[in-house]
Design a protein around this ligand. Structure first.
Ligand SMILES: [Zn+2]
Length: 302
């Protein structure tokens, strides 16, 4: 299972209908949280997300609508007795704020809180395990801001059956070949793994573009992405305002998806002034037909 569940799709101000940015990415048994706007822990409860499985949190930038919910969530996890370590990736200032909040309230967490600072000059892979690879990249916002690429890795190598048979490797050994092992034949020949297998096919990718001005050069990060999230704070009519405020419009987000040759686009971070969202979808689809609104409580398979 590789999917993203939207917990918040509004920009700046929380409203009764829409919440600030937060998304849960499910990679089999692991849960990742991207951004944590105010009220995220209530959204986690509302949509019955298993918060005990949350191990990694990624914060894109220091605008409040992307992290004001973080200390509340961390505090709750501790009160609920979480013991597993929690790793937070974010701008270095976030670490200072979190420590100050914990220190001033005399809070001792029941689990280890690990902080990994994100700095533009270190862009690249920040997390890699057996099934996941996460990297970050800078986008164009008023303050330092980062997008994330989450890739579910396929571990198993692909067997070339004819080759494996030619070397007389028994089928019972195939699972070892898939893991990368060589095969020792009784006649002394060592069959190298890459003689009989191919590298694993590329994993599926989700690319999250945080808050950003439109910029064609960003398309490189989402080349052929299976799913891409891009903000559309404004409808196309307000392009000038979007640029001024380091945000994007519908048409701009859809254009980037097109340039990136992404397979599917979801859009969010809608300005609170819009109560009706159908125009966002319509404008995007004129440029990039496979676009959907990122709706709260909805899970999109990657
Ligand atoms: Zn922002």
């Amino acid at each position: 299972m590789f999917a993203v569940t939207i917990l918040g799709n509004n920009s700046a101000i929380p409203t009764l209908e829409r919440h600030p940015t937060a998304q849960i990415v499910t990679c089999n048994e692991q849960l990742l949280l991207i951004d944590c706007g105010e009220g995220t822990q209530l959204q986690i409860a509302r949509y019955k997300i298993k918060r005990s499985r949350l191990r990694y949190i990624f914060i894109s930038h220091m605008h409040g609508d992307h992290y004001f919910g973080l200390i509340g969530l961390i505090n709750t996890l501790s009160l609920l007795g979480q013991k597993e370590p929690l790793t937070v990736f974010g701008p270095p200032e976030l670490e200072t704020i979190l420590h100050l909040q914990l220190e001033c309230s005399g809070t001792t967490l029941q689990f280890e809180l690990i902080f990994v600072p994100l700095r533009e000059e270190n862009q690249g892979v920040i997390l890699e395990d057996k099934e996941l690879r996460v990297s970050f990249f800078p986008v164009h916002h008023r303050i330092p801001c980062f997008g994330f690429i989450i890739e579910m890795q396929k571990r198993k190598r692909k067997i070339i059956p004819d080759q494996a048979r030619a070397y007389e490797i028994p089928a019972a050994y195939f699972s070892h070949l898939q893991e990368g092992a060589d095969y020792q034949r009784k006649d002394g020949l060592l069959v190298k793994n890459d003689w009989v297998t191919l590298p694993p096919p590329p994993g599926k990718r989700y690319v999250y573009f945080a808050d950003t001005q439109y910029s064609e050069d960003l398309a490189v990060y989402a080349q052929n992405a299976d799913l891409m999230y891009h903000e559309t704070t404004y409808l196309q009519q307000l392009e000038e305002r979007a640029t001024e405020r380091f945000h994007s419009t519908t048409t701009q987000a859809a254009t980037l998806a097109l340039k990136a040759n992404a397979k599917r686009l979801i859009i969010g971070h809608f300005s609170s002034k819009y109560t009706e969202l159908s125009g966002f979808e319509e404008e995007c689809r004129q440029v990039f037909p496979n676009t959907d609104l990122a709706l709260e409580g909805t899970t999109y398979l990657i």
